[in-house]
Design a protein around this ligand. Structure first.
Ligand code: SF4
Ligand code: ZN
Length: 723
């Protein structure tokens, strides 16, 4: 590695250390040793210290011991020998640790997050992004540090990444100019919905991006605190991140570049830097100089080895997943359909292969031009598909995609599905020439692109005359009802084959989900039909049919075929899986679970908490702490990550006593599942069961929970002991 780079990195590491040391000393003097430090909503304390040193830093005095470790790593400022690679690594590691303490003390002092910045990336964000990263919606993350020559250049680079659906985190500055403000000036919308997130305006705040990568290793790689080399290897192999350094570099920036390299992230600079084309730290190039800004994104993507699945649809507006979360506000509204404004629906069905004109989009009725400004119109989107591998069962899966497909168009907002959709088209999109037929064109293009393995032909009809919409919605409703009846009748006994999902192995290498008709994947995104369809689309992909085989334990749901598959797919880490028990050989959790179940021994039952709930639960832990225990693809009896809908399945922990064990759940979950919970209560012969389940409004801890359950005569109290 180039001598000059290492020398600068070492100087920068010393600088980072001094900054942190001063900050900690001042805080200790003002607030005392015991003042608590940490970041919001994380189970990992100071994540880099936790991952690299195994330290759980809680107080300023812990912060000081942490700095002592950072100091030990600091290479000497001057030495006669040529600086070896080891010095660069140690400088990077030391910088990470120092900056983390620095930022934690700033949080203590309420100096973070900086104005209009996100600051520390919480664990919730990590897990939400995790699923996007595994299912390919987001192929990677780019951290941009510094400032571009001008706002237009900054926005140009970001747009290139956005087009490829890569998350961009931005921060730092050059002189007094930050890329954050340049993007604002260029009119780029910042925030999670747009996949462009500002972290902070100075160099040390880049540590938020770096410790995010380390937490991915801990969360999804099932790694333990202090497993330094494993965490670093995981980042290098599996975290698709790169760093773009814009503008002049100083020592501190170079030290952070070294930290990025230690995590396996290549660094792309737009200035003259001594390039490092290969090193043991990164998979491809380590440090490259790219002076043409329009090439930066492309070079970064190849340097990191990020695989992009590009789809270009000819449209009058930009199209990318980055626009999926974008809203069309009232002031920007040109026309809308659905919600409370008009009748609107979407219906996709399997047609006759011979009768479909592939690619045809027909509009029956007036187009957007006929709608008054900000007015509404009735809308029916009817999609007919056919293909040799298409099955009737896949209709609902493909139909659900229409939402995602349409939302990718900039200036178009879509919500809901079936006959509960809401579509808004913005003024700008309209002015650029966006019309209703484009909706059909998007759907046809994406169906071919994403589902080409099962679909050979697709055709779309769009209806905007009230009478047509009334007529078509009737047949659509009949089809929805028939589908629901079929899914409701599907039981684990009615099929011989379950489906596996190992999508999350890219993060949690030994994790396997087994998906049965009555138990969906823990992320909530995959049910049995989805697994089946995904297998047809990609026969060698992460969803494989698993024949149940001979029954081993009917009550807790163990079969020979499933156990053998799990053994193999978990690389021999797991021998047995119970589909219906959270106590005996429970399924593993990767980190994407919608909810966590936890046993409450005092209540002889279990509680369920969803990801969105931030308070402490009656088991004494909050979601984040629970998630830290459950995730990573290991079996943790007594705890289980599950999808929301599993709670009302007839097979809900049926091996452990079933629904009767459910003693507490969050108000939000209760409301979300209300209808089904009432129905399930009747089915188990306890009609008022829903009201016997406690929530945070009546029980925040185990004592008040027990009191409530006794008063409500909850059935769990009279069930046989859980253990
Ligand atoms: Fe990951 Fe399981 Fe969801 Fe598949 S079903 S994406 S393995 S959580
Ligand atoms: Zn997962």
């Amino acid at each position: 590695m180039s001598e000059i780079v290492v020398k600068l990195a070492v100087q920068g590491a010393h600088q980072a250390f001094r900054l942190a040391e001063e900050k900690v000393a001042a805080a200790r003097a003002d607030l005392g040793e015991g003042a608590r430090i940490g970041f919001p909503e994380t189970a990992f304390y100071l994540p880099a210290a936790y991952a690299l040193l195994g330290l759980e830093a809680r107080t300023l005095s812990d912060g000081a011991s942490l700095l002592a470790e950072a100091k030990k790593l600091l290479p000497p400022l001057s030495s006669d020998r040529p600086p070896p690679l080891g010095d660069a690594v140690n400088a990077g590691l030391s910088t990470l640790l120092s900056e983390e303490v620095l930022m934690a003390v700033r949080y203590l002092r309420k100096e973070e997050p900086q104005e209009s910045c996100n600051g520390f990336f919480t664990d919730t964000i990590l897990r939400t992004l995790g699923i996007m990263l595994v299912d390919g919606r987001m192929p990677g993350v780019a951290a941009i540090l510094g400032a571009a020559p001008d706002p237009a250049t900054a926005s140009g680079i970001v747009r290139e990444f956005q087009k490829k659906n890569i998350l961009v985190v931005v921060g730092g500055s050059v002189g007094k100019v930050s890329v954050i403000d340049q993007l604002k000036e260029a009119g780029v919308d910042l925030g999670w919905d747009n996949y462009v997130v500002p972290f902070g305006r100075d160099t040390p705040s880049v540590v938020y991006a770096l410790n995010f990568a380390l937490r991915a290793a801990l969360t999804f790689g099932g790694l333990k605190k202090g497993q330094r080399s494993e965490c670093l290897a995981y980042c290098k192999e599996r975290v698709n991140a790169c760093v773009i350094a814009l503008g002049a570099l100083d020592e501190l920036k170079v030290a952070n570049a070294a930290a990025a390299l230690v995590l396996g992230c290549p660094v792309i600079a737009d200035t003259d830097v001594p390039e490092i084309l290969s090193s043991p730290l990164t998979v491809h190039e380590s440090l490259i100089s790219v002076k043409n800004h329009s090439e930066i994104a492309a070079r970064a993507i190849t340097a990191r080895g990020i695989k992009i699945k590009v789809k270009e649809i000819p449209l009058p507006v930009p199209y990318a997943a980055a626009f999926e979360g974008e809203r069309v506000r009232k002031e920007d509204l040109r026309a809308q359909a659905g919600s409370k404004y008009s009748k609107a629906f979407e219906y996709l069905f399997q047609g006759d292969l011979g009768k479909i004109a592939d690619g045809r989009v027909s509009l029956h009725g007036p187009d957007l031009d006929a709608v008054a400004p900000a007015g509404s119109f009735p809308l029916g989107i009817v999609v007919r598909v056919a293909g040799r591998k298409m099955e009737k069962d896949f209709e609902s899966i493909l139909e659900r995609q229409v939402h995602t497909f349409i939302n990718g168009a900039m200036g178009v907002m879509h919500m809901g599905q079936r006959d509960m959709v809401w579509l808004r088209i913005g003024k700008k999109a309209f002015a650029s020439g966006f019309r209703l037929r484009h909706l059909g064109e998007i759907v046809v293009a994406r169906l071919h692109n994403d589902f080409g393995a099962i679909i050979d032909k697709a055709e779309v009809e769009i209806f905007t005359l009230p009478a047509d919409v009334e007529r078509e919605i009737k047949s659509a409703k009949a089809a929805y009802a028939a589908r629901d009846a079929r899914v409701a009748g599907m039981t684990d006994e009615s099929v011989e084959t379950f489906y596996s999902c190992t999508l999350c192995q890219s993060f949690a290498p030994n994790h396997v989900c087994i998906i049965s008709p009555e138990r969906l994947g823990l992320c909530g995104a995959y049910n049995w039909l989805d697994g089946k369809a995904a297998h047809e689309i990609n026969p060698r992909g992460p969803n494989q049919p698993v024949a149940k085989g001979k029954t081993v334990e009917p009550a807790i749901g163990q079969w020979e075929g499933i156990n053998a598959f799990v053994d193999e797919a978990s690389h021999r880490a797991l021998k047995r899986f119970s589909i219906y028990s959270m106590l005996v050989d429970p399924m593993t959790s990767c980190g994407c679970f919608e909810c966590i179940l936890a046993v409450i021994p005092e209540a002889n039952g279990v509680m369920a908490v969803n990801r969105e709930f931030t308070a402490i639960t009656p088991c004494g832990m909050d979601f984040v702490t629970l998630a830290g225990m459950v995730g990573g693809g290991v079996q943790t009896p007594g705890f289980l990550g599950v999808g929301r809908l599993y709670l009302t399945s007839k097979k809900f922990i049926s091996g452990d006593g079933g629904l009767r064990r459910l003693v507490w759940l969050t108000k939000e979950l209760k409301e979300f599942l209300r209808e089904d919970l009432i129905k399930r209560g009747q089915e188990i012969g306890i009609p008022g069961f829903i009201d016997m389940i406690a929530d945070e409004t009546v029980a925040a801890d185990s004592a008040s929970l027990l009191e409530f359950l006794k008063k409500a005569h909850h059935p769990a109290l009279s069930l046989p002991p859980l253990f």
